[in-house]
Design a protein around this ligand. Sequence first.
Ligand code: GLY
Length: 569
Amino acid sequence: MKVSFLYTFPLVLLATACFGQHAAPLSAVNPYEYTIQKKITGSTGAVVSAHPLASEIGVAIMKQGGNAIDATIATQLALAVVYPAAGNIGGGGFTVIRLANGSNITIDYREKAPNKASRDMYLDKQGNAQTALSQNGHLSSGVPGTIAGLFDCMKYASLPLKKLIQPAIDLAEKGFAITESEARSLNNHKEEFAKYNTVTPVFIRQNGWKAGDTLVQKDLANTLKRIRDKGKAGFYEGETAKLIVAEMKRANGIIGYDDLKKYEAKEREPVVFDYKTYKIITMPLPSSGGVLLPQMMHMLEDQPVKEYGFLSAQAVQLMTEIERRAYADRAKYLGDVDFYKVPVKKLTSKEYAANRMKDYNKQTAGTSVAIQAGIIPESEETTHFSVCDKNGNAVSVTTTLNGSYGSKTVVGGAGFFLNNEMDDFSIKPGVPNMYGAVGADANAIAPGKRMLSSMTPTIVLKGNQPYLVVGTPGGTTITTSVFQTLVDMLEFDMSTDDAVNKPKFHHQWLPDEIYVEAAFPQTVRQQLQQMGYKVTQRGAIGRTEVIKIENGRIEAVADSRGDDAAAGY
Ligand code: GLY
């Protein structure tokens, strides 16, 4: 098996490797030799995702006659194999679709709290929060939603599932060459994989992984085959359900057969709002982005941010104060609307935004209530991909296990990681989750409830046609990164490359500080400090994937912060 990585040249070898019998091979995709292309331009279709193989598979499906929705399904399934840290079938996510016929669709397949979950399940006898239990291992998992979401998405597909799922089956069964960063990541998590699994998963290699090693996932291939052959029941019932419940019983897990059988994805009313001459379509609750993004864009709309200039101290101060106000509302008001009445209309109205900015002071730092909150860790492994086709369909998908490799627990015999999404609930009012976010009653745990999310897959229309397809991973930084990407492109007229790759910053009300990436200019940090802000450097913020479509030209740009890659033609 030849293994090489050509990071700077286009794909050179066509695959002859092994393909399943159920569908024609995707001959343009070689799982053992591939390149990471950060940018493509074309006129027919594009996919930009966290992994080059997943992007290439999506495009290959379009070349075989599929539309953007077919490409989305194939890409998502491929990510579950080639990007186990966040691509998943054991997690959940949100899909925002703009169809060529002008309709907007959002699919919510966020995980749910199991029936046996309860409000105080992560508190000890003294009432102290046990975040170790909400963040790792069997008890941290919500009921997975990804496969249910995928079958909802199939309504808009044009090709049969067996064709869309086969590339993922082949990648799992025959293996693929892992990248250097995947090898490093698997090695870094080896001890946690050992700690949270009773059946040793294929992700542990005693002598360590290195770039180019082949990762084969036979159990995952068999799970994917059951989904291919039995549909949604191939995951939520029968053998896969049996393996999930057996895994739960090996430790302290509480997901039962009933939780799995009853799980349903939901099509929700999309959030659609105007920003100047643009129309923005995004995901509603339980995505906090569906409230925060319109709030932040409305708070910005009448401000002269363009005059201030990109990453000027004035622009960063303004956007920080906007972010602070939005995230304060997130902590108090937002949760699953199926369980809690959230004043969405009011929170997203232009009048409310104008009122919120009345106490905004251009010269000095605002303050958040002084509550001790956690430090934001650097690992925020959600994943986003953007897709478009020549017919005018566009799809924006953000999906997650929550942290890197979710709960770190692999379902024995089924080969996939379960999420640790229960930590996105507010496990105790005022106690920060792994992203430092605090919450209240609105986001308290209840059986069957969906935990609040930051995932903000978004599509911008210009002249009523898809113009931008945007999204990113990054925990609570997701919404601010989408906000900043939109401001960069719609206000600062920035190129797609710059909007994706220039430094980002983040403020989330609590902790009361501005987080900045390493490349954030020193002079601007000093100016902000002089205004009274605490500025803290942290790791990369997000991995933004953007497609821009203008005058028939498609430009897809993958974030330089990871292995992310664009493909298209
Ligand atoms: N687990 C990250 C999010 O949903 O926001």
